[in-house]
Write a protein that binds this ligand. Structure first.
Ligand code: CMP
Length: 139
């Protein structure tokens, strides 16, 4: 089934000018980037976006980090996009990420782990809607 997933290239990666290299890995893995923009996420937006983690000890630092610099928000389309993008990203903690994954190659730490990807169909739908309107998605 052709699916869409939501992705963020995080501030640690934009700071190191890795947008093109990460997009290259995404496209080489067969994803079509059907929407993309470079934005600054405010602290308030980050707190809403990551609300599911609000009870976790790392929540405040996570939101401060996500709003600390430019990010690329994007929508990726492919068969089985949600699970396949999580596989391409690699484990949340780069110490556990396997070779060939984005986080193995670029992530600096569990906090500065270069990319975010939706974990399920419902979260993909709500995360896409949070940042994009329908007319910004060009298949
Ligand atoms: P992400 O996939 O964007 O989802 C939530 C983020 O919280 C995660 O990537 C990590 O960057 C960050 N994080 C920080 N500490 C932890 C932790 N102990 N477990 C999971 N995620 C963490």
């Amino acid at each position: 089934m052709i699916e869409k997933t939501f992705s963020i290239i995080k501030p640690d990666a934009t700071r190191r000018n890795l947008t093109g290299e990460i997009n290259g890995m995404i496209e080489a893995a067969g994803f079509k980037i059907v929407a993309q923009k470079r934005i600054r996420i405010t602290l308030e937006q980050a707190r809403i976006f990551y609300e599911v983690h609000s009870s976790k000890p790392f929540y405040d630092d996570l939101c401060v980090f996500l709003s600390s610099g430019p990010v690329i928000v994007q929508i990726l389309e492919k068969e089985n996009a949600i699970d396949d993008y999580r596989a391409l990203m690699g484990a949340t903690n780069p110490a556990n990420a396997t070779e060939g994954t984005i986080r193995h190659k670029f992530a600096l730490s569990v906090d500065q782990n270069s990319v975010h990807g939706s974990d399920a169909q419902e979260t993909a739908a709500s995360e896409m809607k949070f940042f994009f309107s329908d007319i910004e998605i060009i298949e």
